[in-house]
Design a protein around this ligand. Structure first.
Ligand code: SF4
Length: 156
């Protein structure tokens, strides 16, 4: 991914919030308000989709955590698709990829799509319900001191 070192700061951003059609149903959550506020603050948006990075195709079946993401990170839970396929490894690879990008580029902030089992920050999906707590990627980034802000998306 292109990263412009001349910008004074940068942040990881869920790619779907930047208009990339990478959601499970191959749509996006483009958020013009977020893009404009980052640009106005001189912050370069570094797009990243953990689920695509983890090797899942687009479109793909929706997936849910079976336990809070902190437990899944510790090996005490899974990520299952709506047909019961275990995609825990792909989600974990995606989270690790997000962390690797942040560490390589020196990013200390992330703006992530709320409610996603990967990117959710305040809320995510466990067992088919929206619950409080982060998705797997946000949980891993926070463990490593990266500030994660949840964004609803789809604002013009
Ligand atoms: S919410 Fe995260 S994992 Fe889902 S499509 Fe957007 S960037 Fe990818």
């Amino acid at each position: 991914m292109a990263h412009d070192p001349s910008k004074k700061s940068a942040a990881l951003v869920s790619a779907c919030l930047l208009g990339r059609e990478c959601t499970y149903k191959a749509s996006h959550n483009g958020d013009g308000e977020l893009s404009r506020s980052l640009a106005a603050a001189g912050i370069e948006a570094v797009p990243f989709c953990p689920e695509e990075h983890g090797g899942l195709g687009t479109p793909r079946p929706p997936a849910d955590l079976t336990a809070p993401s902190e437990d899944v990170l510790d090996g005490n839970g899974q990520v299952l698709t709506n047909t019961g396929e275990d995609v825990t490894l792909a989600f974990a690879r995606g989270a690790a990829g997000a962390l690797e990008v942040c560490q390589r580029l020196g990013l200390t902030r992330a703006f992530l799509k709320e409610r996603s089992p990967s990117c959710g920050c305040a809320t995510t999906h466990v067992d088919g319900e929206v619950v409080e707590g982060p998705g797997l990627t946000a949980a891993l980034l926070r463990r490593h001191g990266i500030e994660c802000t949840g964004v609803e998306g789809r604002r013009n």
